[in-house]
Design a protein around this ligand. Sequence first.
Ligand code: PMP
Length: 410
Amino acid sequence: MTQLFDKYAPLQARVDMMMKIGQDALGVKFDDIISATRGRIGNREILLAGTNNYLGLTFDADCVEAAKTAIDNHGTGTTGSRIANGTYTEHVDLEKAISEHLGMPSCIVFSTGYQTNLAAISGLAGDKDVIFMDADAHACIIDGTRLTNASTIRFRHNSPEDLDKRLRRQGEIEGGNALVVIEGMYSMFGDIAPIDEFLDVTHRHGGYLYIDEAHSYGVFGPTGCGIAEAQGVLDKVDFISSTFSKSLASIGGFCASIHPEFEITRKVMRPYMFTASPTPSNVSAALAAVSKIKQGGYLRDNLTSRAEQLHKGLSEMGYDLCAAASPVIAVRRPNEAVAAMEWNWLMENGVYVNLAVPPGTPQSSSLLRISLSAAHSETDINAILSAFQGLKDNQGSMMQAMAAKMQAAE
Ligand code: PMP
């Protein structure tokens, strides 16, 4: 008879391999987070280069103050959903601020970015609708489609041509609509969607375009609305979702729409109705961050300069980078074992990046993923670059050490 956890034997083997090489890269514990760019493990200070803290606002004095004031005024928790237990003034204020920022009449906030996509996608797509989703869609977009009875079709990553072909092949959708779901900047490679082209194709076929700007809201566009704003098409996008956990230095998420009728979905979206609403402090920190974002041209300029500096430096060293310069810079490694070994070496040398491996990565790639922050200085980027130079210089000894560790563990 099989045991309940037998199905995880292959996964356990991968984790065991990683533990032979070093520490568990997917379970790092920081003893202290000192600032937007520094953490501490034991007595070692670590340069944080894998946090998604794009604008570096987690320690911003106004965001911190807003969160503290909200706790003083309205307590630490909401204890329930807005449907069952009521809405707080903070929820309404934040929805209004984001609506105004994006110029969209409807905005709904959710408890996490993950739940945002679960809720909005499942709320928008009914049995007769068809969801067209990018092949590299984030897990919460995929999971959102699983909460619906709509059929789902994947199109080639970042290919409006492939979407066009599939929409044409689909033809008239009897009693339903096409909902096309893409992302602004993709989280693993840091590549950017041609939103203007996707809009054109989607609307030409009478569909609706939904864009997850989790990694791009706050980061791109003259006022920080995201890639759609940067490409000059924000006013035509049907739905924009994002998270508060990256540029907004909090936790939660939102979906906004040019369609005022989106409001009705509050009464059907299960991940909105049957879970506690975000806390006053989370929502207030995000609200303070929205006003920083609107005036945050200098933060975005800094982030862009740092991204260009790092991208140029790594390219000159001969690293294989997955996309053009953006706040996410992914370095492609030959396989999981090498990536894990290098990740450990970087950690031992005081630089934290993300080890990104399948199934969370496109093309089954193994990556050292760096996410930059406006709070990084030029000196910080130089430190990251010299760590990556160190990786190259120490390849031979690292390989020997890895082989020895694997042997010792056998
Ligand atoms: N969308 C995308 C594209 C993401 O990368 C993530 C998380 N990294 C989410 C949504 C979910 O956001 P959160 O972690 O805030 O729940």
